[in-house]
Structures are given as C-alpha cells and as structure tokens.
Write a protein that binds this ligand. Structure first.
Ligand code: FES
Length: 153
C-alpha cells in the first residue's frame, strides 16, 4: 500500500500548477525495490514534484509490458515512464533489462505511427537516490509539457 509520503511525492502540486500543465497526465510505473523507495524518500523530504505524475507501484519494471504502456496512453496519459533498479541490481534478476528493451520497442512502435517516442521513457536508480528520482520525474514533466496533448479518436 502506498504511504502518505509517496502519495505526496507523486502528486505535489506546486510546480505544475504554476506552469499551467496540471491537465497533463504522466503515468510512472515504479518498481517496489528501488524507485518506489526513492519516491518515498522524496515525499518524506517534502521535495515538490510535478502534479502531472501519477504513480503505479509494480513489483519490478520487468512486469510492465508494452500493452500496459500503450493502454495508459490510450486511456488518457500523455506520457509514461518506468523507473526501476540500476542495471545489474534488479531484485528479480533481469527485469529492468527486459523493461529497457520493451521501452525501446514501444518507442519504435510509437515512432512508426507518428507519435513522439519520447512520450515513453525508462530510468534506473538506487533506492537511496532521491535526487535521481526527482530529476527523472521533472525530466518527464518537461518533455511532456513540451509536446502537444496526445490526440485520441
Ligand atoms: Fe526493481 Fe526489478 S526489482 S527493476
């Protein structure tokens, strides 16, 4: 169950409301072992993050498939990112390496149909690396804010 601190980390409002980008939605799939711990530390430190990001706790980024990412985009997200353990440090052996490959696959798929591939990204970090989590989250927010809303028909 997400802690109150993590909920704060994923939904702090200050930056995005000031930017006028609060209508955007970015889904972040965070692995339980590293990225979610980094998100928790960020929330405990009360570091402001864009309100555009909604977090989804997963056991490992290796459990996130292309259909999860594409479904998020199809159902309203403007961007999706995965945050997992550092390469070589996945707690489920090579889940993060599979995730890196799947993100690259989805990026190629998006590009092939004329959708900006940078809408989907992968980041890795240690559980103690709150600054990297903050940087990844803000980078996604900046990227998605610079793109038009994702059109759906
Ligand atoms: Fe973190 Fe696999 S457990 S990416």
């Amino acid at each position: 169950m997400p802690s109150a601190a993590t909920a704060r980390a994923a939904r702090v409002t200050d930056d995005a409301e000031a930017d006028g980008d609060d209508e955007r939605t970015i889904i972040g799939f965070f692995c339980r072992e590293c990225a979610y711990a980094a998100a928790d530390a960020t929330g405990n430190a009360r570091i402001p993050l864009p309100a555009t990001v909604r977090s989804v706790l997963v056991p490992c980024t290796g459990r996130v498939g292309p259909l999860h990412v594409l479904s998020a985009l199809a159902e309203g997200a403007d961007g999706v990112f995965l945050a997992g353990c550092l390469e070589g440090q996945c707690h489920h052996r090579e889940g993060n390496l599979s995730a890196i490959d799947r993100v690259a696959f989805v990026q190629r798929l998006l590009a092939s149909v004329g959708v900006e591939p940078e809408r989907v990204q992968m980041f890795t970090m240690s559980a103690a690396d709150s600054p990297r989590f903050v940087a990844a989250t803000r980078q996604m927010h900046a990227t998605i804010s610079g793109l038009p809303r994702l059109g759906r028909r």
